[in-house]
Design a protein around this ligand. Sequence first.
Ligand code: MG
Length: 375
Amino acid sequence: MKNVIILGSTGSIGTQTLEVIEKLDNFNVLALACGNNISLLKEQIKKFNPKYVCIENPEHKNNIKQDFPNIKVLSGSDGLLELASIKECDIFVVATSGIVSVKAVLKAIENKKTIALANKETLVMAGDIVMKKAKENNVNIIPIDSEHSAILQCMQTQDNKLAQRLWITASGGPFLNNTREEMENFNAKDALNHPRWAMGKKITIDCATLVNKGLEVIEAHHLYNFDYNNIKVVIHPQSIVHSFVEFIDGSFLAQMGVPSMHIPIQYALTYPERFNGIKTNSFNIYNQNLQFLEPDFKKFPLLKLTIECGKQGGIMPVVLNAANEVAVYKFIKGEINFLDIEKIIFKEIEKTTNIKNPTLDEIFALDEDIRRRLA
Ligand code: MG
């Protein structure tokens, strides 16, 4: 029996993780953590009977205890750290958004838990620190993102040294075939209408700007210890190939399937095995017209900027990530135009002087400062 803790259980990845666990034998939900969606959390408690829950706001503690007196109810970031220290935990699923879980991830690594990572900020903001700690503790960080899961699946039967290039596929987002003049006038509803993947709002906008793909390049750099020059982005509007690995003999291995987050989630839980649990609709291999296109960095300058920030390292990815998040939420609220997102980010990057090897405290302070200033 594998005991699983899920941070972010009421979000998009969290709920899908529970759907996967329902279909798998031998997986037990040990703890659930969420923000403030208490009614959904209660449904999840009824169904999965965890020993612990953790909620953001301590004011809701009594509300949960009244209905479920036998559960240990924790709260806030101290609660997350406590979850990261539970002995019986085997897999620590990190499906929160933002930076709230970074310290808990580091604690779970110290406690030698396998990390199934869906949260982008962990590696984008603190990739050097997190990967160093994982290596020291001999802990596996298994990606839940479809692209990084595809790379992991392609590399699994190979010696990693035989891989020479990673090709990360991108759908191109909803504006792939629009001009920049047209993009100027798009509102949040247009941008939230993603052609292939159903995801949370923030990440869907990040797909429209292609920032998401740049962040995934940064994550791939950390996860697979690949030089940025050997990580390529390829636009693949059909989202059937979830990424490629190119090997030293020129062979490409791809992982394919209909787009569904259930598969990378399940693979992260069962890694290195593949189980007969949840299934996607079978992919019809006949008469597919799969395209692979070069990204247009002029039309999507944030893709280039995000990768450039990754290459520079230090605090640059932190600044980019924080400025992006503030700008995206402003756009979702209708306060700014679509192309204003990039104006805000470029302005912030231009005035930043890089600092190499920031500490975790410096990263958090900087992140908070940018958010406060740009809000
Ligand atoms: Mg992805």
